[in-house]
Design a protein around this ligand. Structure first.
Ligand SMILES: [Zn+2]
Length: 65
């Protein structure tokens, strides 16, 4: 499992291994890096991370609104 996380760090630019549990909010499923706050879209179908999400999209939206 650690090697998988390390590979993700290499691919997504996050070298932290301390990922949160899987969240599902507003129909989006993702995990968050507890160290740097990076968000990763998580596929329940594949049981793996698909891609990194932009930083704090929901918080940014709330500020604008
Ligand atoms: Zn991180």
């Amino acid at each position: 499992m650690d090697s998988v996380v390390a590979a993700l760090g290499f691919l997504f630019g996050c070298h932290h291994h301390n990922l949160s549990r899987v969240f599902t909010i507003h129909g989006r499923t993702y995990r968050v890096c507890c160290d740097c706050g990076a968000e990763f879209k998580y596929s329940l179908t594949n049981m793996s991370i698909e891609r990194r999400l932009p930083r704090d999209p929901m918080l940014t939206g709330l500020r604008i609104a």
